[in-house]
Each structure stands twice: as structure tokens, then as C-alpha cells.
Design a protein around this ligand. Sequence first.
Ligand SMILES: Nc1nc2c(ncn2[C@@H]2O[C@H](COP(=O)(O)OP(=O)(O)OP(=O)(O)O)[C@@H](O)[C@H]2O)c(=O)[nH]1
Length: 990
Amino acid sequence: MITQRTLHTSHLRSIGGAKWPSIVSSGTASQHGIFCSLSTPFPLQRSQSLSSRRFKGPLARQALSVARQGPSAASRQSVAAASSQVAVFPAGRKQAKVTLPALIIVVSATEVLQRRDSIAEDLGTAISEGATGILLGDAQGLGGAELYEAAVLLKDLLRGRGILLIEDRTDIVGAAEVDGVVLSRQGLPTVVARRSLPDAANLVGRRVASGQEAQQAASDGASLLLVEGTSRQSAATSEAIREAKGSQQGGSVPVIAVVPEQASVSREEAASLVEAGPDGIALPLERMQQTAASFSGRTDREALNPVRDILDALSGGHSASPAAPAREGQRQQDGDDSSGKSLRHLLDESKESLIEAERAFLSKALALLQEVVPSMEEISLLREALKQLDQPFLVVIVGEFNSGKSTVINALLGTRFLAEGILPTTNEISVLKFRDADEPMEDERMEDGYTVKYLPSELLRDLNIVDTPGTNVILERQQRLTEEYVPRADMVLFTMSADRPFTDSEVRFLKYIRQWGKKVIFLVNKVDILSDSAEVEEVASFVANNARRVLGVEAARVLPVSARSALDAKLAATKEKRGFSGGNSLPVLDEDSLARDQSWQKSRFGELESFMVEFLVGGASAGESLRLKLQTPLFVSDALLEAARQQLEAERSTAEQDAAVVRSVQDQLAEFRKSMEADGAAQRSECRRLVSTAVRRAGWLVDEVLQLSNTEALSAYVFGSKARLGSLPVARSFDSEVIGETAGRMQSIVSEHQAWLSSNCDRQVSNYRAFAEERAQALGTSLQELTKGADSATGSGSGGFFGTGEEARRQWREQRDKLDEEQEPLSIVNKGGESTAVEALLRFDSKVAALVLEEEVREAFFGSISSAIGAGVVGVVATWILPSTLEDLLAIGLAGLAGYVALLNLPLRRAEAKSKLERVANNFLQEVESKLQAELEAGLEKCVSETNSFMKPVEEATAAVVGKLKDAERRRAELAEELEGLKQRAASIE
Ligand SMILES: Nc1nc2c(ncn2[C@@H]2O[C@H](COP(=O)(O)OP(=O)(O)OP(=O)(O)O)[C@@H](O)[C@H]2O)c(=O)[nH]1
């Protein structure tokens, strides 16, 4: 039989333990990646288009809708839906963590809403100086909407730089998607609050005032404890902190000291607080300065850096400070090998070369993943796995709560080192590592939240053992912690209770473990509760069968044990204890008596121990441990490369949709132009209708005036010698009967045309600009930056035909000037200098038009007379009478017989007059129309060129993202292929 002694024998110690070079330096937090979702909808236009009142055709409506909404809303939605991040862990994204030492600023929602800007500045400064989070208080009295608003403001401010917690209101935590809640002492039970929170909000803090409350909260699954004394005095707080820390086995839930709003902290109180050893402090913003002064002992306000001073005091003030060991731990991880031996002794040349190839591969994979999927938080697993290569074999013990994980470890160690109990007792991950007895043994809180416990047990020289929280559905957080740790394991000891092996949830969790390619040893614990060895065998084969059937594990290694009996036997066989620092001790066993012990024999624990020895250091399966060790980072890479493939694929499809949406702007611009042109044509045809009506009326007027039976009019011409030209009957009727409302309506069409054109074009440009800005932002840059690039590209002649906004404006001005030069001035009114249709129309004067008509009438008479009395006479008469008025002329004409005869020619003259009028009107119409059209074209040209001046760079950048993602996928696929080769090499290690 192999006993505990076997594990301690000298052949273990004789194995070489040369240090392996460390592979990578410690990693940093992952950054946020580029997401190409089009999340913000276009702003709806407030002002209505002028034309919408007048032109209501389908094209007009389409043009307006394009101008108001920009690129198709439907395509934007589909894009937004496609941008999701792939999570490697089944329970979703990784948890938010409390950075230690913590400095949490407590603010009230009322304060946030009342002095938004100033508080944002104060909090922003504190966060950038190192404050680790914000607790939004004052939640009870406020309405949901206000609290939500305050939470969203703070979230925006934090931008992930620290945690955001809300006091008690789990509903707002979910709605505002913040990191978690702090429950008051009377608030919801921790378990209930956790269940009501969404997955992403994983932090549940609880206010406690005593060690008992702290213990309860920790075992309920609280993720941090906020301690304040019942009497709100710092002395009471210090006492409660001490109790809270003491009450927790391993002290792994962070304990935060709360500085109350009303009380100030004196120097003595600060010292006592620091002495109590909290993991952080929570205090109102306005207490910061004074508290920092007390903590640092500085009096000079100028020299104070409140955040830093408080954090320094917390981390440097006493030996139990969490930050210092965390840093120490990092050092250890980065290469200090004193915590155990690696498996180097099992290496031969070919394995050495495999290791080298693996290292090179892992560095490449790490670099690629960091570059192409920086938002994937799980990259840290790869970093860890790389470091882990230099560390002893890592055995992770998992199982449902109460299955006896801690007891198994205790039995391996031969002492009650870890807490056991029928209720969930393990809330955190504990990594057990070797350290020589004469070295300090304080627990170390690692930066990633795990606790390393050191002890001088020989067992730990060859392997590190990890105790994990039990998995079950009630304590979701614990389950997640364990899930997150599993990928690091080189081997998993899956502990199940003999009375309920292979429960549903165990099967689920086992499947998850297998997904990471882990070797699982099935430990059927508590076999002492089974009646005889036949039952034990029955359960063992049940487990083996199910492992094959459900998990596809052939020849599963099933070890039935009784950890409790084994531990009891070892405790009974303990001759003496070797104490080491921290008040702990390890047994020195009387191995003969242990071997004789009935309960030890029944416990079958020796089989587990001998398996471990054989597996790790000698015997036929020793090579398997090396293979597993080398496979761990490869399987992690495999999972991450696959997750990266999915993420890249999702991002590429999103980016392609984005690019299509951006490209569709061109079609939309063409559509916009088409519908604007249709509306413009409708406006011009309205002008034509108005003018032709006026011409018709003018014709009637001419007919009416120029006829012999029109005695009234004719006598006015004959006898109205005093009347001036402008007030003749024709002129008077012209205004009322011919022009009527025409001039007014024409004027309003033309001026509306201009307003309609500019407002639609401006809206279009500004919508697309907003869209382009949003796109630029989604690409992780700004529009200014993108168009700057385009500017220089244009300058160098390689950037296509689109210039910047300024360039577009210059082109537009040139174009417009050219158009103006080409335009003939309007013949009917002003003979020179006008530029736009509006100006032309505004200068249109019906009186001038009336004069033209008068002229025609005069000419009609004059022509009639001249043809009647002969050209010579007309010449004389003309020179003689021309300076006089028309009335005089008519009087002369009508007085003579010849004049009378000549008047018989009137119908001819009327036709002439009308056609002349028509020509004039058509000239006028043509001028107006061509001006309108030119304006429309120039406006649209400007709109398109200006839009393109920023859309084209965005289009290019969006297309570049697609190209980059494709390239990233190609590189990823190459690595995945390389990985397959390495996996095959590793799998063939004997
Ligand atoms: N009968 C019997 N009880 C055992 C055995 N091993 C552990 N127990 C008991 O089972 C209970 C749970 O043991 P723990 O070691 O705390 O179980 P755990 O899996 O670590 O529990 P959590 O840390 O809460 O996940 C304790 O009361 C132990 O005494 C065993 O082999 N036989």
C-alpha cells in the first residue's frame, strides 16, 4: 500500500527543478475592440420642407424621407443586431472585479443630477487618479427615472475605468447595466438580489456591521462587504472590519471600510482603520480631502493628492495590506519558482523542441489575438496558460458544493487546513502552493482575485492544488468563478458524492470541462456512507459507464474514496505537528499505524495518492502529466482561436453590412437627386401654367381694347389727352385682369424654390454628416481625422475626385459663377446684372409689363395709320408728333378718313400685338425656368459633392475594416493550422 509517506519520499526531492525561462511578461487589461454597429438612429428633422406643402407626389415624399432619415433604417438595425461579442465561458462574459485596494466614492443621485458638470469633473479627476469605483447612493427616496439618469451619467463618466454600484435598487442596476448593487443591512437577501440581477451585473455588496453579519453575507455569496460601525464611529468600524476579516475563512471577500457622511476621520481613527486592514475604503466625495489628510498625516493642502494618499495608506500601512502581496504575487507568477517544481525533469530532447515550438506559437497567438480581438477578455487565459508552463502541474478540484472538495484536500495534506462544512463554505478560488517552512506564509490576494495559500507540504512541491467554490445554481457567482478557472487546469479532479453521482448539473459542468479538453479524474467521495464494497463498485461502474455514455470518456479513471475517513485516520496517526507561520501546522505521520488503520484502508484514499504519485513523477503514466501540461495552453489556444474565429466572422459580417450601408449613400443620393429634379420640374411647370394663363388673359385684353366697337377705350385714347401713359385703360386693366395674382404666385414659387432647395440639401448634407461622424466614431476615429487623410490624398492626386468640405465649397462657388456668366439676363425687366431666378422675379414689375403692352397698342395704332396714309406722311407726322403723347397720335389718326380706313386693319395688328406679347412672356418664362433649373442643378451638385467630401473617406475606411478583418481571419486560420500540428505532436508524447 502506498501511504502519505510515499508522497514525501526522497526520490521526489531528488528530481531536478531547474527554472524555466518565463515566456511572456504579465499582461494588462484588455482594451475595447472596434464594433461596427450603427447604433444611433438619424435625428429626425424638426422643420418641414417647404415643398412638402406644395408637392406631394411619391418621389417628393421619398426625397423628403431620405433627407430626414438618411440611409435605410432597416439596414442599420440589421447591422446593429449582428455585432455581438462571442463569449468563451458558458455563463456569459467575464465578471467585473473589485480592484484592490479599493477606493469607492459614494455619491448621491440628487447630487449627481443637481450639479452634473462640476461633479463629473470632480469624479473624473478622482477616477483618473486611481479611485476604483463609484457607489450611487440616495437610492431609496428617488424616482426610478432620476436614479436611472444619474446611473447612466456616471456610467458614461466611468467608461469602464472603475466599477459602478447602486445602493439597493437592483431594478436600476439591471436597467442601467451597471456592475452591481450594494445591499443595505435590511435590504434584499444576497441570494435573491443576485438572482434578480442580469448576468453582466455580478457584484453584490452588502453593508454589514459585525463579524457575524459579514460571515453570513460572505457565505450567501456577497462579493464585497461594506463595513461601518453601528454607532457610526470609526473605532466601531475598525472593530467591525477586524471581525469581518476574521470571520471569513481565508478572508477572501473584500472588506471595505465606510467613512460615514456626517463624521470626519481623525488621525487616530485613520490609523486604527488602516490597522484593522480593510481591503478598501468607501467615502463621500466631500470627505476625500479631509480623510486623505488624516490618512497621510499631511497638513499642507497643496501637497495632498487625496486619492493617491488614501490608496498609499491602505496598501502600505500594514503588513496585511492586500495590495503589497498582490504585487508580490505577481512577481512570483512572473518567474519566481520557489512555489514548486515544474515538470522539466520529464523532458527529453524532442519534448524540449516541442516546448520551444509551443512557446513560439503561443507568443504569436497571443500577439495576434491581442491585435485582432483585443476586446476578448479571455485572452488573459492564454497569458496565464503561458506562465503556467513554467509552474508545477495544476490540479483543480471541482464539484458541487458539499461534495467534499475541501475535505479531499485536507485529507491529502493530513490536516484541517481548509474549512469544511455542510453549507457552502468555499466562496473563492484558493491556490495551494509550496513554500519552505521558514518563509512567510501569509495568504496572497492575486490581482485577478484568487488567493494563494502557501504551506510547506511536500505534496505541493510537485503540484499546485486549487480549491474551487462548489458549483450549483443558487450561488451563480461561485459557479462562474470556478468556470473561469477551469481552463487553467492541467487536470481536473471532479468530486462527486457517492449518494448522488452524476446529477444533471454535474453532467452540464462536466461537459463544459470537456470542452476545454481537460483530463478529468472522477472522485466518488463519501463511499463510507455506502453499505459495502459491492455498492462502492456499483457506484464506481455507474460513474464510469455514464462518463462513457454521456461524456464520451473511454476508460474513465474513477476513484471511490472517503475523504472524511482518510482525514480522520491521518489525524489519528499524527505523531507530532510541525508548526509554520500563520498559526498553522502540518502533521508528521506515524505511517505504520496509518497503514494499519481500518478506516484508512476503507477510505481507499491511498489509491488516489498513489495515482497522483505515479501520474506525476514516476511509473508508466508519468509522461501523461507532461502531455497534459503541454496540452493545456494548446487547448486554451484552440478555444480562443475558435472564439476569435466566431468573433471575427461576426465583426466581418457586421462590417460588410456597414460598408453596404455606407455605399448605399450613393444610391440614396442619386434617388434624392431624382426626386428633387422631379419636384423642380413640377415647380417649373407650375410657372409655365401661370405664365400661359397670363398670356391668354393679355390676349383677351388686346382683343377687347383694340376693336372699333370699344368706344369707351378708344375714346379714352382719343380724348384722354391729360392722362399719362401709365394710367391709360390698358395699363389699368393689365394689372387687374392680366397679371392678377400671377406675379405674386410666381414670386412665391421662385422664392420657395430656393428655400426648398437649400433646406433639403442642407438637411441631406447634415444628416449624412451626422451619419458619417457616427460611422467614423464606430471605426474608432473621428470624421475630422478621416477627412484630413482624404485632404492630403486629394492634394497628392491619389485620393480620387472628392475634396474636403472647403474644397467642395470652392468648386461649388466656381460652378455657380460659371452658371451665372452663362445666363442671359431677363429681357422683360432688368437688362443686366441679375443673378438668380428669385432676384429676377423680385424685380419683375407688372407696371413695366403694362408698359410693354401699351407699347404694343400704340404700335398697333401707329402701324395702322402709317399703312393708311403712306410712309412719307408717317415719316413727317412721326417726327412731328413723336414727342407728343399717344393720345395726340390717336386723335390725329382717328380724325382723318385715312385713319378710319386704316383701323380696318386692326385684327391684323391685334394678332401681331398678341404674338409679340407671347414672345415676351415666353422669353421671360424661359429665363425664369432656366434660372430655376440651374439653381437646382447647382444646389444638388453642391449637395452631392459636399456629402461625398466626407462620405467617400468614410466609405474607404469602412471598406478597409472589412479588408483588415479578412486579413485577420486569414492569419488566424494560419495559426489554427499550425496549432493542429502542435496538438498532434503533444498528443503523441509518451
Ligand atoms: N460522510 C462523509 N462526509 C464527508 C466526506 N467528505 C466530506 N464530507 C462532509 O461533507 C461536508 C462538505 O464537505 P466540504 O469538504 O466542505 O465540501 P466542499 O465540496 O468543499 O463544499 P463547498 O466548499 O461548500 O463547495 C462536510 O460536512 C464534510 O464533513 C466523506 O468522505 N464522507
